[in-house]
Design a protein around this ligand. Sequence first.
Ligand code: FES
Length: 337
Amino acid sequence: MNMNPSSAGANGLDEVVCGCANLTYRSLRQLLAVEGNLTFDDLLDRTGAGTTCSACLLDLEYELTAQNRETAVDDIFTRNTKRKLSELFPTSRHRVFRWLDPLLPFVSTHLQELLPVIAGPEIKQHLRICNDHLLFDKSIPIGTVQADIVIRDLNGANRHRERCIIGAGQTLDMELSQYLPMPQQGEVLVVGSATVRRRFLKLGVRGTTRPHYSIDLPLGHCTVHVQAPSGHEQRRFNFLSRPDEDRIFVIVNNANSRPLDMELSFSSEAGERQCSYETSLRVPPLGARVAEYNANVAGLADLKGQPVQISARSNGTFKTHLMCTDKAFTRASIDHF
Ligand code: FES
């Protein structure tokens, strides 16, 4: 399947969108230009595309809806300016963003995120903030970003504090794990937390500097973007029970300056059988705690291959992440919930 159908524009019109019906992008677009009201079913009937192996259905759908979006945007623009957008800009995506970029206000954004910091003998965690120019109109300048980063250990004590200035086009890359103590004997990892406060020093632009972090282990690495802490609501997440292959860690970061009580429940069912267990954590102010999933409790180990639902409830604001590693702790994946 062509993963980027819009790239068929300009030079790619003779590419085939449906191999089974030998339909090119050029023929498809000509048909859609003439018959703007075609439904998706009409399109399949008329061309025979998408009706054999079905591999092209998403591409066909994209082309059909792109045509509709183009027409809708043109209608609005023409009403307001008496000029057609298609006269000015080559593709529908360009047209939409060229139109939006100057309209959306520049804002001086103040944002704050909370993330776990993980360290161990063979674990390195990096924080990255990219201040890239993502606007279609490159003549619009992007601002300089100030990032205040505080790294705390599991009890919430400050370990490192730094103010970073990230100019337009620059990327901040900071190794966070170096600021945490190494695990004690018998532990595979230690956790802490980091807060990132970002603001544009001048008026900024939307959506260009969300931080992300990566965790490197000997045989692999994983990465995820960071988020603001969540409120009191219950959070849920599912993972597959594979106790012979995986280790599952739930990492809780407290966003409050008072202790946080967190109730974690793990439950699974197969047919008539239901198993669950609960565990609670008291997380110090601004601190972090980790709970490892124990499949041997309440018979969950027998439900191999079944989904296990985690539910997290607390009396304050927090951030929860789930990290899955192999038994040897050589590779991992992580996500927030
Ligand atoms: S590629 Fe279109 S139906 Fe097979």
